[in-house]
Ligand binder design. Structure first.
Ligand SMILES: [Zn+2]
Length: 297
């Protein structure tokens, strides 16, 4: 469990042990706090047949099935965009039938605010009259978008936000590179979001860029292949290509350098268009860059 969520988890663990957990929890907190991991571990705790306090035993049939992510009484609903009414109806059918392992049944709904109005309404009856030993765990980072009828039937649990030093302390156990403190402040209460940003930054480094260019010039790859590999970092490719072009700008620079400059300006404008084909514009840019190198060598 993430250190900043440990206390909340222990409290819920005590309530499970005392048989006093509400059957429907709405777990709230910003994206990148660790809600998904929190509810999944809570579900595993509810399903474990030999709990040891707030910890799972790790050895019972339930724990083994959970480790293999194949527990038949753990149901998960999620969607990239909207949770549709069919998804909810399907899962309710499964909840109504008796538990496969004669223990608890758990339904997790990630990002519950993405339920459509009909999805939410389809869930209401189950929230009001749940089958025995059934738990519904909903997460959200936008509670204001959840229907009042759903909210009023859940116990709301706002997870605590870690202070900046706790965020940094944890991120440093996961990430080797330098961390800019002002950058970290942008994500202070969202440690997982900070880590993801830092890892994303590290994924496309200048070293990767230079090695790619070297391979391009030696004919080991082509502009289109590089453009496909680099399209997610198109802004960085453009920026570094511009810096590189600026470096080549001497009085006797070949015509191709100026052509590269022009192409870079064009690409800057093209990348502002959300529908742009990034592979295509990067291919044109890298083709021009290859011509400069050829002229210089
Ligand atoms: Zn167990």
């Amino acid at each position: 469990m993430f250190p900043w969520l440990e206390d909340s988890f222990k409290q819920l663990g005590s309530r499970i042990a005392a048989n006093k957990l509400h059957h429907a929890l709405l777990i709230q907190g910003p994206a990148g706090l660790g809600k998904s991991s929190f509810v999944l571990q809570l579900a595993q705790l509810l399903l474990c047949k030999a709990r040891q306090g707030h910890k799972v035993c790790g050895q019972c049939q339930s724990c083994l099935l959970n480790a293999a992510t194949t527990h038949p009484d753990l149901h998960v609903v999620e969607s990239d965009k909207q949770i549709g009414v069919d998804q909810i109806r399907d899962v309710i059918k499964k909840l109504v039938s008796s538990a496969h392992l004669s223990g608890a049944k758990v339904l997790i709904i990630y990002d519950a605010h993405t339920m459509t109005e009909s999805s939410a309404n389809a869930l209401l009856k189950t929230l009001e009259e749940p089958t025995a030993n059934t738990f519904l765990l909903l997460t959200t980072d936008k509670p204001e978008r959840i229907l009042a009828t759903i909210k009023s039937r859940c116990e709301k649990l706002a997870l605590p936000l870690p202070p900046l030093d706790a965020t940094l302390a944890w991120v440093k156990t996961q990430f080797d590179g330098e961390i800019d403190i002002n950058f970290a402040k942008l994500f202070s209460a969202r440690p997982l979001a900070l880590l993801a940003e830092l890892q994303e930054e590290q994924k496309f480094t200048y070293d990767i860029f230079s090695r790619g260019l070297e391979a391009l010039l030696q004919g080991q790859t082509n502009a289109m292949q590089l453009a496909m590999d680099w399209q997610d970092s198109a802004d960085k490719v453009l920026k570094w290509t511009q810096y590189w072009a600026r470096q080549q700008c001497t009085d006797d620079a070949p015509e191709t350098v100026w052509q590269l400059h022009q192409q870079a300006t064009k690409v800057t404008q093209q990348l502002r268009n959300p529908g742009v084909n990034k592979t295509l514009v990067l291919t044109e840019l890298l083709d021009k860059l290859a011509l400069v190198k050829v002229a210089l060598t």
